[in-house]
Design a protein around this ligand. Structure first.
Ligand SMILES: C[S@@+](CC[C@H](N)C(=O)[O-])C[C@H]1O[C@@H](n2cnc3c(N)ncnc32)[C@H](O)[C@@H]1O
Length: 389
């Protein structure tokens, strides 16, 4: 008999029956499952910050026969090589911030024999009652009179499923595939300028030509001021502010966005000092402004703090800062916006960033959005703050 660690080369590949289509973006439920590392683990709490949950049908045991025709069932064979592949990539995954969890319907006692024999150090969770399967509607298969989970791998961040691999084939390559996916996902977007240029090349007014509704509501009726628009994009807010009589500077990393801003300003018949610059890395405030706006400049924590500190520096004493952005809750409850939690903002983060200002407003605001003929709601966050004189 072939060793369980080895994988036959002629296994029938499983097909995607759509059984995992619903899992993307699902929040893992609170559920304690017994673990081979001792005690129980709450599935909702896994991750550091990533978790890889690989769900598998059944590992064999050297002293017991596998169900009849096991190798003929697409997707059945290969649980041991898959587990070995995660064992061998555990250090690499840990460096990427990911914890590994195996899950199957066998008992902890059954799984314990496997982890000892294979020297597996990460927890394998037992779900004989298929509690997780019911909560998440996981796909199952019948074999040898048993109901087993079909093999799938979920990559989870903050309790939310960010990526699903299904079917998983061949199983012994699964851990390497997860490493590759995580590397690409975590790698800083190499070139923000190139990616924003690409988006703007495809759409001359990606966010429309009208100002953002909250910016307009917060700043209409002001007597002429010096205004700075950080991350001005294609200039919809800058041009509207210039049309209100303000002297406006608009800065954005995308030269394509800036070119579109100039075109919009010319079409409306106003002048805006648009400049293409990376406001996080290549710009220092050299003038004072009465108003600084930030409209959906969504950056990860470190860059966000730097951009916000510069916004504060650029404000004249008594000046007003207005920020609107996608709220953290938008991911679960709203529509549109980036799907990455690390670039969404919460009230507490913004309270910290702007602590030295006199914060007048820091709250969630809702925005109606039409999607495919339906009215949906986006969850934004609005800050209005004054620099103390
Ligand atoms: C979601 S768009 C919003 C554009 C505009 N404020 C609006 O509301 O229409 C975000 C903008 O931030 C710009 N951006 C991203 N990183 C930047 C950086 N480091 N420096 C300057 N602009 C940046 C992008 O080019 C993009 O135009």
């Amino acid at each position: 008999m072939m060793a369980l660690e080895e994988l036959p080369t002629d296994l029938p590949p499983p097909v995607d029956d759509g059984g995992a289509d619903h899992l993307l973006n699902r929040q893992l439920p609170t559920m304690e499952l017994a673990a081979t590392t001792g005690g129980t683990i709450d599935v909702a709490e896994v991750g550091a910050p990533w978790a890889v949950l690989y769900v598998y049908p059944m590992t064999g045991r050297p002293d017991r026969d596998l169900p009849a025709d096991w190798e003929m069932i697409p997707g059945a064979r290969g649980c041991t090589p898959q587990t070995c592949s995660f064992r061998d990539h555990q250090a690499e995954l840990s460096d990427l911030g990911a914890e590994i969890y195996g899950i199957s319907v066998q008992s902890t006692e059954y799984q314990a024999e496997m982890v000892e024999r294979l020297h597996v150090e990460f927890p394998v969770l037992a779900d004989p009652a298929m509690k997780l399967g019911r909560a998440l509607d996981l796909p199952t298969m019948e074999a040898g009179g048993m109901t087993l989970y079909k093999r799938l791998t979920m990559i989870v961040r903050g309790g939310r499923v960010e990526h699903v691999m299904y079917p998983v084939f061949p199983p012994d390559r699964n851990a390497a595939d997860v490493v590759e996916w995580l590397r690409n996902r975590i790698a800083p977007k190499a070139d923000a300028r190139a990616s924003w240029n690409e988006r703007y090349e495809a759409a001359a007014a990606l966010y429309g030509a009208e100002p953002n509704q909250f910016i307009a509501a917060e700043l209409s009726g002001l007597s002429p001021r010096r205004v700075l628009d950080l991350g001005c994009g294609q200039g919809r807010n800058s041009v509207w502010l210039a049309a209100q009589g303000h002297q406006v500077t608009g800065l954005d990393i995308s030269d394509v966005g800036i070119a579109h801003g100039n075109e919009l300003a010319a079409a409306v018949g106003v002048g805006v000092d648009f400049r293409a610059v990376d406001v996080v890395n290549d710009w220092e405030p050299d003038e004072e402004y009465d108003v600084v706006i930030l409209s959906y400049l969504q950056l990860p924590q470190d860059m966000r703090r730097r951009a916000h500190a510069k916004a504060i520096t650029a404000l004249a004493p008594g000046g007003t800062l207005v920020l609107v952005a996608h709220h953290t809750d938008n991911l679960e409850q709203g529509v549109g916006g980036p799907p990455m939690p690390e670039v969404l903002f919460s009230e507490s983060e913004l309270a910290e960033d702007f602590a030295e200002l006199d914060i007048k407003r820091n709250k969630k605001v809702l925005r109606d959005v039409e999607r495919e003929g339906e009215l949906r709601v986006a969850h934004d966050i609005l800050v209005r703050a004054i620099k103390r004189s």
